[in-house]
Design a protein around this ligand. Structure first.
Ligand SMILES: [Zn+2]
Ligand SMILES: [Zn+2]
Length: 151
């Protein structure tokens, strides 16, 4: 059993089955929808996915014909996709799943669309539990007010 949900806590869901077909997707739609270098997505059989609460708090965007991305209308967390072509599966955004997962990603896809700063298979940067401000790099991040002045 996996539990998932959005950032503000209004939307919660449960997955009672296996999460399959897990990919790191580098397509430009996933990058923009996540604001990230890539998305981690997996499929769950539709009857194994249920909302605990907050389904009515979702809003959707049809990114291509028959394919709608649903996200929390309050905090923007991407929760699931609905695709008419594969209606027996729910496409789940794995960043919203809370417990550790048994399943593992299988492949990077749409790698020709990947951000040029990303190197697949490259060694990860050293890990830290500190914030960017505790590390020195925080000084080079613009405060929000500076961003607004630039806009
Ligand atoms: Zn939310
Ligand atoms: Zn994608």
């Amino acid at each position: 059993m996996y539990k998932g949900g959005c950032l503000c806590g209004r939307v919660a869901c449960e997955i009672s089955g296996e999460i399959g077909d897990i990919v790191y997707c580098h397509c430009s739609q996933c990058r923009k929808a996540r604001g990230s270098a890539f998305a981690t997505n997996g499929n769950v059989e539709v009857e194994k996915f249920r909302f605990v609460c907050g389904q009515g708090e979702l809003t959707g965007y049809e990114s291509s014909f028959g394919r709608t991305k649903y996200f929390c209308r309050h905090c923007g967390s991407p929760i699931r996709n609905k695709d008419r072509a594969i209606s027996h599966y729910v496409r789940v955004r794995l960043g919203t799943i809370e417990p550790d997962m048994m399943e593992r990603p299988q492949v990077h896809i749409f790698v020709s669309s990947k951000a040029n700063r990303e190197e697949i298979g490259a060694e990860l940067l050293p890990g830290s539990e500190k914030t960017a401000f505790e590390l020195d790099i925080g000084k080079r991040i613009l405060p929000v007010s500076a961003c607004l002045q630039l806009a």
